[in-house]
Design a protein around this ligand. Structure first.
Ligand SMILES: Cc1cc2nc3c(=O)[nH]c(=O)nc-3n(C[C@H](O)[C@H](O)[C@H](O)COP(=O)(O)OP(=O)(O)OC[C@H]3O[C@@H](n4cnc5c(N)ncnc54)[C@H](O)[C@@H]3O)c2cc1C
Length: 469
């Protein structure tokens, strides 16, 4: 078996995995992109479609989709992490423009997949943020919806579904309601990244696989097989930033894990719903989410992890405890799936910026362009990142380049905020996650006294505030 197939359910079902040839010798190009995930490939795609004469090389350590792009939950969100902090306070009409740009991401991904003939199971069914397990989730959700509307989003963008309305979309026995937004699509992630690599290669971009970059500097990218001289360098390694100093100071690897059930029969799906490509999430502070796959499995992800020193995790054989936690949450939300067979379990490294929001950056002095720090919301954001970097490199002024997450005319060091040194990061992460886990445990216990519930919630809220401060 090809070793990359075992990476995830998605890579297992993404067709031919024969690698493209590695770099063999020194070359000179206009643009060198490090990493063949969504960010690197979308950037190459928009650059090459807008300026066909450009000579672009993509250098990938393994194969296209080896990173988070071949492993994620498959939500293409019309949103970016921390958007409320970045967009909410903008004056009209800039705020309306930004929401429009973000909400349009799934349609843009759908447009390109259709235009390029990429079959990646794209379905735009929206998403359901559910109060699935305890009453405090309803309160938080209603407050969140109120805030979204106060920040300029409308009922057409996000609206409340009462339990009866939710039942039309998704049936969760104890659900108290949900926020529904139409601005989300689901995909088969690996088919998207592999299809994108094929599309980019057809346009004339050279993708070198099994070509790990061992060092980089302005204008130069080094591998064991050769050196690439480039006018612009685009490091697009997200959760792998620690491997290419100094990027790791700004993007930390965080681990996220999923399980997938066997294909479920129609009668089981009749009891669950999700008939038209909707994704769903349970509204606890540590995200729990899923989608119904095109072959009728439930792909289900929950919670994450951080390793001391920002160490990458490469082996995602889930421990019994890791799988058990995800099985438990799956059974809590869908009791009928308690004994179901789990056929796949996997995980990946995603990249988190210190501001907990993405950055799209042009460092003209050093001729570096970077898009990243998406957290767990990078499938759609990386498409926006690719469009934005293409415009920034080509010197175009566009709606994409005028957004609050875009940084121009600053060096990377000036524009981005550094993560604290260890052991502060490790201690901070654990304190925050412990408070979130404690809150979830207390609130899920229907016998917990009201004062315990209030305290658990207040502590978790305070820790969340500190994290974003
Ligand atoms: C388990 C999981 C679930 C997720 N679910 C969702 C979701 O449902 N929705 C959502 O919006 N986001 C989700 N995300 C986040 C999303 O997948 C990522 O933000 C996105 O895929 C990032 O794409 P990227 O191209 O920037 O990085 P990656 O896909 O990680 O690509 C980086 C590439 O760089 C290569 N590379 C690394 N180092 C080197 C080197 N030295 N030389 C050459 N190449 C190198 C890697 O091999 C890799 O292929 C999830 C992430 C994970 C891990």
């Amino acid at each position: 078996m090809n070793r990359w197939r075992g990476i995830s359910l998605w890579m297992d079902g993404a067709g031919d995995m024969t690698p493209r040839p590695a770099l063999a010798g020194d070359i000179t190009v206009d643009i060198a992109i490090i990493g063949a995930g969504y960010t690197g490939l979308w950037t190459a795609y928009y650059l090459k479609t807008r300026a066909p004469g450009l000579n672009i090389a993509v250098l990938e350590a393994e194969t296209a989709g080896y990173g988070a792009s071949g492993r994620n939950g498959g939500w293409v969100m019309g949103a970016v992490l921390g958007e409320d902090r970045m967009v909410g306070h903008l004056p009209e009409p800039r705020r309306r423009e930004s929401w429009g740009l973000l909400h349009g991401i799934p349609d843009e991904v759908g447009r390109v997949t259709q235009a390029e003939g990429m079959d990646c199971d794209f379905r735009k069914g929206g998403t359901l943020y559910c109060a699935a397990r305890y009453p405090e989730q309803e309160t938080r959700l209603r407050n969140w919806l109120k805030a979204l509307h106060a920040e300029g989003q409308t009922e057409a963008d996000a609206r409340w579904l009462n339990p009866a309305e939710l039942t039309q979309e998704l049936r969760i026995p104890r659900a108290l309601g949900a926020v529904y937004t139409p601005h989300c699509a689901t995909i088969q992630p690996a088919k998207l990244v592999r299809g994108l690599a094929d599309a980019v290669a057809r346009l004339g971009v050279k993708i070198y696989e099994q070509s790990r970059v061992t060092g980089w500097a302005p204008g130069e990218v080094r591998t064991a097989q050769g050196v690439v001289q480039a006018d612009w360098v685009v490091p697009a390694v997200e959760g792998y930033a620690g491997e290419l100093p100094p990027l790791g100071d700004y993007q930390l690897p965080v681990q996220s894990m999923l399980i997938a059930t066997e294909p479920l029969p129609e009668d089981v799906w009749a009891g669950i719903g999700l008939a038209r490509g909707q994704s769903f999430s349970e509204f606890s502070r540590q995200v729990t989410y899923g989608q119904r796959t095109a072959d009728n499995r439930l792909a289900f992800g929950a919670r994450g992890g951080y390793r001391f020193g920002g160490k990458l995790r490469t082996d995602f054989t889930l421990t019994a405890a890791e799988e058990g936690l995800r099985r438990y949450l799956l059974g809590e939300i869908f009791p009928q799936l308690k004994g179901v067979e789990i056929t796949h379990r996997w995980g990946g490294n995603l990249g988190m910026s210190r501001r907990f929001q993405p950055h799209m950056l042009l460092d003209s002095k050093n001729r570096i362009a970077i898009s990243g720090g998406y957290g767990g919301e990078g499938v759609g954001a990386s498409n926006l990142g690719g469009r934005t970097l293409a415009d920034l490199i080509l010197g175009r002024d566009s709606l994409e380049t005028r957004q609050p997450w875009v940084m121009k005319d600053k060096t990377m060091q000036q524009a981005l905020r550094k993560w604290e040194p260890e052991p502060l990061r490790w201690l901070g992460y654990n304190a925050i996650i412990t408070s979130f886990v404690h809150e979830d445990k207390v609130l899920a216990n229907k016998h917990a006294a009201p004062w315990r519930r209030r305290m658990a919630r207040a502590l978790a809220e305070r820790m969340q505030g500190l994290m974003q401060g």
